[in-house]
Every structure is written in structure tokens, then in C-alpha cells.
Ligand binder design. Structure first.
Ligand SMILES: Nc1nc2c(ncn2[C@@H]2O[C@H](COP(=O)(O)OP(=O)(O)OP(=O)(O)O)[C@@H](O)[C@H]2O)c(=O)[nH]1
Ligand SMILES: [Mg+2]
Length: 443
């Protein structure tokens, strides 16, 4: 039997042990599996209490089962759900029982969603939204993913695709008429008007989106500077836990240490790096190399320096100068300075002075970086690229229509094709594997 036609099963809830675990079965055998394990059938879409038994008829668990006959199910196939106690031994017994059925196998990552996609339950932008929702760490990421999952982009794209096909039909009708005199103009004028409206709608979405797909990946802030200035102390303060070792010994940090922060709903990755200096120690040299590489890739560098010493720092991407250990010097108070050319802060990472100002400046930076306001319609680079291709084809169709309707029709077909790819309607086997591989098992 082809793997696609086999019935699949997986743990769809989190890592055991847990109070309750949810095991999902999807495919032609799901009903038979439910009947065999539970010893009875369950009414559709109704929670039914069942005593599950394995092949040896020994009880596995006292559970709740749900029966979703296809096509009115998440995958479009017959689906059985088992809500069992989330102990490792319970799940091991469950999987042993499921594995003993013929034509049943464990699901691949994302395979339930992929089957839903293949059965027309959701389009590709919605599937991407679903994956993003599962991986959303912050509230803004959640909202953006939910908009995709609810099909906000998909609905627009479907509409654009229908309009493109209509415009192309008008132009092709013009081609058929062209032997018979002046008819084409009557068809081409409305077609052109349609294309221009479409193009301006797509361009508007592309322009408004600015940075919204960045929200998926987050903003990277690197803490860098000479050894012993308090970089690790600062990352611990920002993370509010001890992620990095702090010591008075210069050259303590060697590896790059990362923490994920939620700054006002914006996902921010802060990295602590080895103090940058010339050294003979090969391990520290490697640490310095990694520190430089990560700081070079970061979206923002916090260059830490001792408050008492005049610092030097690399240029390049935005660099904020953060003078630490102000508790050791008398004079100016903590806080932020919008000094003429660059941002400058004075903090005590150990005592916490100046940290609120630094954090609120980081939130402001994140707000600019991600674009203010509600997240946009485009969630991924894949979607943006296809929309750009669509706009380019539409633009070319307007340009070439005077030279020949066939050329314009060809460009419109290309535009419809790009939109179809966006939805996953055409030509997508290559991207499907990539997209669904990123999913969790059980989804
Ligand atoms: N007085 C004072 N000491 C601090 C402050 N911040 C850090 N320190 C001390 O400075 C020393 C070095 O701190 P670390 O956080 O390990 O410095 P680092 O920049 O990570 O050092 P390397 O990893 O070696 O590059 C430790 O003894 C800290 O307790 C501060 O604001 N005031
Ligand atoms: Mg350190």
C-alpha cells in the first residue's frame, strides 16, 4: 500500500509525562482501530468514555475517544482521537497497540496537516499560518499567525487569481476575434482596467508589509565588547536568570550564549559573546572569532564598555554604546543619552541602574524594526517573493499589450501561476516537502 494511503497515528499533545495526552489516528482504518481498541463504536463528534484494550485484550487505559468521520474532519479523512493519561508507559502501550494493526504507521512531521491540505481543507498560506501559530512565542507572532490561519492572505490571493484569469479570458477572446476587425479594443480596455486595479492592490499589500515577515524570525541583539566589562552580567539581567557564567576573570565567556526575550510582544534574541581581545589561548581565540561573526550578523550591537574607560568599537550595523559599572564612578547618573551621533547608555548591570531606559530603548528599536501597527498579511519570504513575481508579470502584461495580445496573455498566465503557487494549487511538490518538514509530529 502506498504510504499516502496508509492510516497514520501520532502523539499530538506535548512531551510526556502530562496529565492528558492526545493520540490521533487518521485514515481509512481509523474507525476499525477505534472499534478494536474501545470494543465499541463512538457517536460522531461526541466525547465517549472508553476502556482501551490492546491486542491481548489487557486494559491499556480508561480514556475518552472522539470519532470524526471524513470528510468533516481536520484531515478530510476518518479521524479517531484518544485522550489518554499522559504517562510514558500508557503511551508506549498505546503505540504498541496501534503498531500491531496492519496498514497503520507513525505519522511524519506535519503529515496530518499535509493530508488536510491535499484534501482541500486548507490552502498553503493557511498551513503556513498553522505552523507559525504553533511556534509563536509572543503575542504579536500569535496574532499574525492567526490572521494567516484564518485565510486573510489566502482569500485575497484567491480573489486576485480569479480576476487575473478573467482578464486573461478577455484578452484571449480578443485574440480570437482579431481576424474580424476592431473588436479587440472593446475587450482589451476592460481587461487592462482590471489588471491595473489588481496590480495596485497587490503593490499596496507589498508596500504595507514592510517588515512583517521579520516577525517570524525575530530581532537579534548582540552584546559585545572587551573582556570583563559585564556582558554576561547584562544578559543575565535581561533574561532575569543566570544563563551565563559571570566571573572577575577576563575571558570567562567562550561560547555564544542565546536567550529569547519577549519585549512588548516582539521576539528578540539576545546573544552574549566572548570578550573581544588579542589572546594566545586557542579556545579563547575561537570564542573571539565567533563573537565577531555573530556581532557582524546581528541587527543591533550593544557595545559594552567600562564606564571609567573611553571605549573603542567597530562601526558597521547599528551600535549602541553602553557604559557599564557606573556604580564604580562618581558623576553622571544612569540612563540614556541621545548623543549627537549615536545612542549612548550608562548602566550598572550588577545593580540594575539604567536598565529600564535601555530596555525601553530596545522596545522602541524593535517597534521600528518590525514596523509599527498591526502585523501585515504576508508572513513569509516565500509569499512575498511570489507576490512580487505576480506584480512583475502583471506590470509586463500592461507594457506589452500594445505589441500583441498573445504576449499579454502569456504574462497573465504567469501571474495566475504565481498566485496558484502561493495557495499551493499548482506546481508545489518541491515546496510542500520543505514546508511540512518544519512541522511538529502529530500536527
Ligand atoms: N561594580 C560592578 N561590577 C560589575 C558590574 N557588571 C559586572 N560586574 C563585574 O564584572 C566582572 C565581569 O563580569 P562579566 O559579566 O563576567 O563580564 P563579561 O564581559 O561577560 O566578561 P568576559 O566573558 O570575560 O568577556 C564580574 O566580577 C562582575 O560581577 C557592574 O555594573 N558594577
Ligand atoms: Mg562573559
Amino acid at each position: 500500500m502506498h504510504p499516502r494511503d496508509q492510516t497514520i497515528f501520532a502523539l499530538s499533545s506535548g512531551r510526556p509525562p502530562s496529565a492528558i495526552a492526545m493520540v490521533r489516528v487518521s485514515g481509512a482504518e481509523a474507525g476499525a482501530v477505534l472499534a478494536a481498541l474501545a470494543g465499541k463504536t463512538a457517536a460522531p463528534r461526541t466525547a465517549t468514555r472508553v476502556l482501551l484494550r490492546g491486542a491481548d485484550r489487557q486494559p491499556i487505559d480508561d480514556a475518552v475517544a472522539l470519532w470524526f468521520p471524513g470528510p468533516a474532519s481536520a484531515t478530510g479523512e476518518d479521524v479517531a482521537e484518544f485522550h489518554v493519561h499522559g504517562g510514558r508507559a500508557v503511551l508506549a502501550a498505546m503505540f504498541a497497540a496501534l503498531g500491531s494493526f496492519e496498514n497503520l504507521r507513525p505519522a511524519e512531521p506535519g503529515e496530518f496537516t499535509r493530508r488536510g491540505f491535499e484534501n482541500g481543507k486548507l490552502d498553503l498560506t493557511e498551513a503556513e499560518g498553522l505552523d507559525d501559530l504553533i511556534h509563536a512565542d509572543t503575542d504579536r507572532q500569535r496574532r499574525q499567525a492567526l490572521r494567516q490561519l484564518k485565510g486573510l492572505l489566502g482569500d485575497r490571493v484567491r480573489n486576485w487569481r480569479a480576476q487575473t484569469i478573467e482578464a486573461s479570458a478577455l484578452i484571449e477572446a480578443g485574440i480570437d476575434f482579431s481576424d474580424e476587425g476592431d473588436v479587440p479594443g472593446e475587450l482589451i480596455v476592460p481587461a487592462l482596467a482590471k489588471i491595473k486595479t489588481l496590480l495596485s492592490e497587490i503593490e499596496e499589500v507589498l508596500a504595507a508589509e514592510g517588515q512583517s515577515e521579520r516577525l517570524r524570525d525575530g530581532l537579534v541583539v548582540a552584546i559585545a565588547g572587551p573582556p570583563n566589562v559585564g556582558k554576561s552580567t547584562l544578559i543575565n539581567q535581561l533574561a532575569r536568570r543566570d544563563v551565563a557564567i559571570v566571573s572577575p576573570h577576563a575571558g570567562t565567556t567562550r561560547d555564544v550564549i542565546e536567550v529569547q526575550l519577549d519585549l512588548d510582544g516582539y521576539p528578540v534574541t539576545v546573544i552574549d559573546t566572548a570578550g573581544i581581545r588579542e589572546t594566545d589561548d586557542p579556545v579563547e581565540q575561537e570564542g573571539v572569532r565567533r563573537a565577531r561573526a555573530r556581532a557582524a550578523e546581528a541587527d543591533l550591537v550593544l557595545w559594552l564598555a567600562d564606564a571609567a574607560i573611553e571605549p573603542t568599537h567597530d562601526g558597521g550595523a547599528p551600535v549602541w554604546l553602553v557604559r557599564n559599572k557606573i556604580d564604580l564612578v562618581v558623576g553622571r547618573p544612569a540612563g540614556g543619552d541621545e548623543a549627537p551621533a549615536r545612542m549612548e547608555f550608562r548602566i550598572s548591570a550588577r545593580r540594575g541602574d539604567g536598565l529600564p531606559e535601555l530596555i525601553s530603548a530596545l522596545v522602541g528599536f524593535a517597534r521600528d524594526y518590525f514596523g509599527a501597527g498591526e502585523a501585515g498579511l504576508i508572513g513569509r519570504a516565500r509569499q512575498r517573493k511570489l507576490l512580487q513575481e505576480t506584480a512583475a508579470s502583471l506590470r509586463r502584461s500592461v507594457d506589452v499589450v500594445g505589441k500583441g495580445e498573445e504576449l499579454a496573455a502569456e504574462e497573465l498566465r504567469a501571474a495566475a501561476h504565481s498566485l496558484g503557487r502561493l495557495l499551493g494549487r499548482v506546481d508545489v511538490e518541491d515546496v510542500l516537502d520543505v514546508i511540512f518538514r518544519e512541522f511538529c509530529v502529530g500536527k
